[in-house]
Write a protein that binds this ligand. Sequence first.
Ligand code: PHE
Length: 359
Amino acid sequence: MMQDDLDALKAETEAALAEARDLRAWDAIRVGVLGKSGRLTTLLKELGKTPAEQRRERGAALNRLKEALTEVIEARRVALEQEALAARLAAERLDITLPPVPTAPGLVHPISRTLEEMAAIFGAMGFEIAEGPDVETDWHNFGALNIPGHHPARADHDTFYLPPAAEGAAPRVLRTHTSPVQVRTMLERQPPFRVIVPGRTYRADHDATHSPMFHQCEGLVIGRDITLAHLKGCLIDFLRAFFGIADLPVRFRASYFPFTEPSMEVDIGWNRKTGELGGGGDWLEILGSGMVQPKVLANCGIDPREWQGFAFGMGVERVTMLKHGIPDLRPFYESDIRWLRHYGFNPLAPAMLHEGVAP
Ligand code: PHE
């Protein structure tokens, strides 16, 4: 009989625990069994009344029951806490999603793209970027470059003249080419160096292929033994990398610039009928170049007996139009979003030189 009441207490407690749906119900069960006047506690207190010969055994049985009940009660608490947490997590679930706000990513203007590509290609060849002002002195733009006041090249340049900054001050112009930055670079730095000069230039000219403001990219390499062979290799590599045509035909044709001697116009192969670049049998003039005229070196404080080098200059719009088949120059500056959507570039895919420059 004695053992029976303990078994019953165990069974009832377990059944009650299984029924308990929350921690309050659970706690009531715990107190009802293990509390100060709980059922088990009472049984333990009554141990004294047990006849002496049964007391030991009864005591041991009660202790085993206490251990077992403590364990199942604790296990149920853990289970109930987990259920409560799961229920709370489910109930308090937040919907943190929002309908996206559509963003219109900007596009990179073809001019900017070409300048980035030029910087990448010449950068891989060790060139640095040099800059100069758009408003130049007559001397930097012409005089130092061996274009004297009466020279017809001045008329060719359709120069925008500006009033001098002060009376008697040097006459000023909007630079008609990026070549004055050759002068500034040579005056400021000690050779050897190689620089490119991407920048805005200005000439009083306006039609489908000319704009009063346009862009050029100049190049200048000065060293002790820089030769025409370096000029040719450098420009052939550049043109093939820029147009992405590994066997692009390139031709050097004798020409004249006051600031280079000898001077060469550079042509690339194309097909006049289709406009396709490459081996189409026709030639297209693309840039001016030459060995820096010794007088220009001397004008810029560089001893032409010690140093020599080459320079080149090209129209950024022109090569951009050729590369991408853009027929008209004017939309470059009209900010027409439809034109930009068509010809613009993904800003997240910047110009990089994946293929490298031919060795
Ligand atoms: N400055 C020349 C032009 O605008 C281009 C050029 C630059 C030619 C450097 C030779 C050397 O036409």
